[in-house]
Design a protein around this ligand. Sequence first.
Ligand code: HEM
Length: 176
Amino acid sequence: MQSLQEKASVLSGVDQADASAINDSNLFEKLGLQSFINLSTNFYTRVYDDEEEWFRAIFSSSKKEDAIQNQYEFFVQRMGGPPLYSQRKGHPALIGRHRPFPVTHEAAERWLQHMQHALDDSLDIDQDSKLKMMNFFRHTAFFLVAGNDLKNQNQNQDKHVGCVACKHGAKKPAEE
Ligand code: HEM
């Protein structure tokens, strides 16, 4: 069976090697803490001001300041800095933590669009780092989409268990 990482590569068009290029050099040392704070602040300002209500609604259970902190602390630790996120919240477990949210293909593309614009505004981040970060973001976004698809498949299977109207709930093929 295809792993979620493999599905993420297919869906995103970013292969594993490009997604992992953020590990080639220490981006935290290169860019510094403030660049990450600025990036996440810019990104979430765009998200919370989004004209699309369906997209804003995905984030409505979180306070903007908390979302900014969660995100930049995760980025810092993932890109070579101190483990700020894990010290405060434990393992990132991104699939599990996104489980309550509808991370659809459409949501991923909109998330990425806001992130691209936030990176475009980031004059303190060089082009090479931007490219590496965007590949990582794109691959991770579609890793989450693949996780979301799996969640929905499992939920649909659960719904069919014991369902008399369709045959999915049948215990043995012979009973169908
Ligand atoms: C694909 C589209 C995505 C959607 C719709 C989405 C949605 C969300 C939402 C609604 C939250 C809760 C806000 C908060 O309280 O922090 C969240 C949190 C978070 N997201 Fe995403 N996200 C997406 C992609 C990503 C990507 C690509 C990354 C990493 C590269 C990421 C990393 C995180 C992190 C670290 C948190 C904080 C989790 C926590 O501490 O609970 N997300 N996301």
